[in-house]
Design a protein. Structure first.
Length: 395
């Protein structure tokens, strides 16, 4: 049985390798990223680096699953000229070999897209390197309000947020990054680009200089205050704005590294999500037509991509009233309950690492368990599809 499945698997691979279009497509996948980066990235190294990272991130997160579900739906083509009708194999064995070949093609396409991103990195020079960042081990709120919401808002001068970091191996000058949410208090127009005062506390206390990178993103730098533990203290200084942050939105920069490891990891987790879509398409294909299987895979892709991000339009306003003004939420309605239940679906790919690489930060391995779970689910769908396909009535 295993030898027959392996024979079908190798037959699919040989057929693809003999096709000139397959080699042309592989070459196009590899050179697409460098070519687009060189053509549309301009002369600015930062723009080229951003474009290259965006192509890799979005390609592995969205395009690879889409290609996987379509390819999985059409790789099984029962016809008199090919398949089990001319091979001494059972239907289930032919299905399993074809499915494994589809999985191999998906992994190869992901590797080619990642290779294109690596080859495009030299076009941006040192700017293409990714920053290694250190996240806060804890966040504490000090002020008159009670409770610990997911995002703490600071409004008055007697409120502050403190982020605790390990202070070792940071160098003489500490560089950090901030992302925050802002809300207008309606009292006056905003006055400052960065509505925060940043202080670093260790063996001594130093005031950090801040620089606005965007409307809700800033960087800061300060001499190392000394000590094995460093506390970053944030105070709101613009009376027109209230500011909110999560624990992971304040981080310190440790250094830079080559993007090869991060892009490779994105390719692995992107391939796991794509294989899950392919597994669903193959399972549906065992009892239906190719268009129906492709539609089922597209439904899974859309559900696990769009629905986890679904939230009511007034969610941000309700969260601010709850965190800042201490108001309690009213009894949720049926629509709100449905939206919250749909937003609880697990995403097809955890967005954290894709967002990190897109922002110029190195990927972490904190989503390894989720990627492995998707891969196991995809592999578990194969024997189910093979068992159903063996009982299918096909003339």
């Amino acid at each position: 049985m295993v030898r027959r499945i392996l024979a079908v698997f190798l037959a699919h691979l040989r057929e693809a390798l003999r096709s000139p279009l397959a080699w042309l497509g592989a070459f196009a996948l590899v050179v697409a990223n460098p070519a687009i980066t060189l053509a549309f990235g301009g002369d600015d190294a930062a723009s080229r680096a951003w474009l290259s990272r965006a192509l890799v991130s979005e390609g592995l997160r969205l395009l690879l699953p889409l290609a996987a579900l379509v390819g999985a739906a059409y790789i099984i083509r029962p016809s008199p000229r090919r398949g089990w009708s001319i091979l001494p194999v059972r239907r289930s064995e032919w299905f399993a070999g074809s499915a494994l070949a589809c999985f191999a093609f998906v992994a190869a396409v992901g590797a080619m897209m990642a290779l294109g991103g690596v080859l495009a990195s030299p076009l941006a020079g040192d700017v293409a390197n990714l920053e290694r960042v250190r996240y806060a081990s804890a966040m504490a709120y000090f002020g008159p309000r009670e409770g610990k919401p997911e995002r703490q808002f600071i409004l008055r001068k007697d409120e502050r947020l403190e982020f605790s970091f390990d202070g070792e191996e940071l160098g003489e000058t500490i560089h950090g990054k901030l992302q925050f949410e802002i809300a207008w208090t309606m009292e006056q127009a905003p006055e400052r680009g960065v509505p925060l005062e940043i202080r670093l506390k260790g063996e001594r206390e130093v005031i950090a200089s801040t620089h606005a990178e965007a409307r809700r993103r800033a960087t800061f730098s300060a001499p190392h205050p000394g000590g094995k533990r460093i506390t970053v203290v944030c105070r709101a200084i613009d009376p027109a704005l209230s500011v909110g942050m999560k624990r992971e939105e304040c981080r310190l920069v440790q250094g830079s590294e080559n993007p090869l490891a991060s892009i490779t990891w994105l390719a692995l987790i992107g391939a796991c999500g794509a294989l899950l879509c392919a597994g669903v398409s193959l399972a549906v294909r065992s009892l239906s037509t190719a268009p129906t299987a492709a539609l089922a895979g597209a439904l899974v892709l859309a559900s696990l991509t769009l629905l986890p991000a679904l939230a009511p339009g007034d969610a941000a306003a309700r969260a601010r009233r709850r965190d800042v003004q201490g108001e309690k939420d009213a009894q949720p309605g049926a629509t709100q309950l449905l939206a919250e239940s749909l937003s609880g679906l697990p995403p097809l790919n955890e967005p954290a690492n894709f967002e990190r690489v897109g922002a110029g930060e190195a990927a972490h391995f904190d989503d390894a368990k989720a990627a492995l779970l998707r891969l196991l689910l995809a592999l578990a769908l194969l024997p189910a599809g093979a068992a159903l396909f063996s009982r299918r009535q096909i003339p």
